[in-house]
Design a protein. Sequence first.
Length: 147
Amino acid sequence: MLAKLWYDGWQDAHAAILPAELARARTRESFAERMTGALADVRVIGPRGAPSGFAMLKGDELYQFYVASEARGAGIAATLMADAEAQLSERGVGTAWLACAIGNVRAARFYEKCGWYLARTMVNRLDTVDGPFDLEIWRYEKRLAHR
C-alpha cells in the first residue's frame, strides 16, 4: 500500500515536470523495491492497510514526503511534517534538508509554510534501475530545535 501511495503521489506531483527518461525509470516495481529497502526509516499516518501519507528519512534529509490526494487539506501533512522534524531533531540533526522538484510549486508552498526555506538549487544524484540519474532540484533547509 505504501509503494502504491508513493507511486501515485510521484505521478501526480512529478511526472509532468521531470524528464521523460526519469519517469520511465520510476516504475511501480521500482517504488516497491525502494520502499522495502527503506521501511526502517518510514513513518506512516493513517489506518493500517489504507495509509494517508508517509515520511521517509535518510541521514539528515527528509528524503520522501507524500500525502494521498484524497487526504490533502485535512491537516495530515502538517502532522506528518512535525513528526518528521521531531525525528530528525532526536537524531541530532541541526539543519535538515529536502529535495523538491523544480516546478513543484504546491509542495514548495507547503514546505515554506512549515518554516523551510529555499537554500539553493543543486544537482541531486538519484538511483534508478538504469543507473544514476542527475537531476537539478530545489534544496530546502530548516534549522531544527534540539530535543
